[in-house]
Design a protein around this ligand. Structure first.
Ligand code: UFG
Length: 327
């Protein structure tokens, strides 16, 4: 069985990708410091608990498992915190990644898939975003991801490390078989917070801004089911194995839902009353973040299967009840 090194494989998107890898016949070897990840989410291969910046330990793991490629999820991803504590973000997301790359190079691993983000685009010019849009991040988190994209292009040219950066839009939902799902601490994302309100863990959900220039005044996002996102990583791996050149792709569904639409879907699908507070805008939130995703569809043959808003909210709610209410 071929091994794939998965940094951050105990996290939300990482663990769903490990499941997809395992289903496709790979063994995911998870490297995670468990600062935000969960050991219960590592079910499909070994777990090595240390930091990606610990090059010596990463090299030892590479020698032991001889992975054919690496998928690099490990990063800090709280946009607000990246503004107040940028050092933490540049140190972990950029320097930590460079140290990982040193270890990959020393160990002869020459294929990498990298978690990038739509936050590298900043405030988009239009309502949808293609890969050709200028990348102008508006927070340190987005800058760290953009820096790594640049580093990866240079490392390919100089050292032959081929990579695919996937620029995620809003990952949401949970494994349809309810084995794993979202569990952030602290939680800041809309859908789990709305479900907290449905499940009685919080009194209400605050809508951050109702006066945007959008159809219902609330922000519009491209919610992509985490299982569809995981599938994109698997296709990226196959593309790299088949010689795909270093590149970056948007991974979104290509249509947006507003905050009010998400709340309405959650009310309908949970059958619960969800109280709303209309609050101020959250600084740094663009009105629209919606992908143009034709490149990944055309070049990888990727098609989302679970990314209707109903399927996202339904799977997230099943997970929420199992993990936060029944456990
Ligand atoms: N929102 C609320 N109330 C909340 C939480 C969120 O109204 O309590 C709104 C936000 O203002 C935003 C939408 O719901 O309009 C989605 O917010 P999330 O925090 O769930 O997601 P973001 O769009 O802010 O963040 C996502 C990714 C980040 C990435 C960012 C790019 O999760 O990793 O897109 O801007 F950096």
């Amino acid at each position: 069985m071929e091994n794939v090194l998965v940094t951050g494989g105990a996290g939300y998107i990482g663990s769903h990708t490990c499941k997809a890898l395992s289903q496709a016949g790979y063994q995911p070897v998870v490297l995670d410091n468990l600062v935000y990840g969960h050991d219960w989410a590592v079910k499909w291969g070994p777990l090595e608990v240390f930091d990606t910046s610990d090059s010596a330990s990463v090299e030892t793991v590479i020698k032991r498992y001889e992975p054919i490629a690496a998928i690099h999820f490990a990063a800090y991803a709280y946009v607000g915190e990246s503004v107040t504590n940028p050092a933490k973000y540049y140190r972990n997301n950029v320097i930590g990644t460079m140290k990982l790359l040193d270890a990959l190079y020393a160990g002869g691993v020459d294929k990498l898939i990298f978690s990038s983000t739509c936050a590298t685009y900043g405030i988009p010019d239009g309502e949808t975003i293609s890969e050709l849009q200028p990348q102008r991040p508006i927070n340190p988190y987005g800058h760290t991801k953009l820096m790594v994209e640049q580093i990866l292009r240079d490392y390919d040219a100089a050292y032959g490390l081929r990579s695919i950066a996937l620029r995620y839009f809003n990952a949401a939902g949970a494994d349809p078989h309810c084995e794993i799902g979202e569990d952030h601490n602290p939680e800041t994302h809309l859908i789990p917070l709305v479900l907290d309100a449905a499940g009685g863990k919080r009194d209400n959900i605050t809508i951050f801004g109702t006066d945007y220039d959008t159809p219902d005044g609330t922000c519009v996002r491209d919610y992509i089911h985490v299982t569809d996102l995981a599938a994109a990583h698997l296709l990226a791996l196959e593309m790299l194995k088949n010689g795909n050149k270093t590149d970056a792709y948007n991974v979104g569904v290509g249509h947006g839902c507003s905050v009010r639409e998400v709340i309405d879907a959650a009310r309908r699908l949970t059958g619960k009353k969800i109280e709303v507070v209309e609050g101020e805008r959250r600084p740094g939130d663009p009105p629209f973040l919606v992908a143009e995703s034709n490149r990944i569809r055309d070049e990888f043959g990727w098609e989302p299967s679970y990314s209707s808003l109903d399927s996202i909210v339904e799977t997230a709610w099943s997970w929420h009840q199992k993990h936060f209410i029944n456990d």
